[in-house]
Ligand binder design. Structure first.
Ligand code: AMP
Ligand code: ZN
Length: 113
């Protein structure tokens, strides 16, 4: 399967890891849209939010359970941050492996990133 985020999980494509465990991985976005821009992915290939069922939701829950720690270690917990998921063509999804953007480090305003 030709998936850039699966290649990152496998180590075939390098990434700057922020957090990793047996279920999820967090790493810095290569084209940051904010001073802190972290991508968080499940280690299971889930194509998009459209593919989340009960089994996949465990990964999503685990991602959200770890976001406070990831945000704290990135220094953005106190001032706050934005979590984004883009789904499908109209949602602007460019990588077909479910991921959440964690953005912070400046006032993000009302703009949708
Ligand atoms: P989306 O548009 O929601 O699908 O977001 C995909 C994100 O993945 C974009 O912000 C890209 O900059 C980021 N991205 C793509 N390839 C890589 C990579 N090899 N390492 C880190 N981030 C990446
Ligand atoms: Zn994948």
């Amino acid at each position: 399967m030709d998936c850039v985020f699966c290649a990152i999980i496998n180590g075939d494509i390098p990434s700057k890891t922020v957090y990793e465990d047996d279920m999820i991985k967090a790493f810095y976005d290569i084209e940051p849209q904010a001073p802190v821009h972290i991508i968080i992915i499940p280690k299971l290939h889930i194509a998009s939010a459209n593919e989340i069922g009960e089994d996949e939701a465990k990964y999503v829950a685990h991602i959200f359970a770890k976001i406070p720690q990831i945000a704290k270690e990135a220094g953005i917990a106190e001032n706050g941050y934005r979590i984004i998921n883009n789904c499908g063509k109209d949602g602007g999804q460019t990588v077909g492996h479910l991921h959440f953007h964690l953005l912070g480090g400046r006032d993000l305003g009302a703009k949708l990133v």
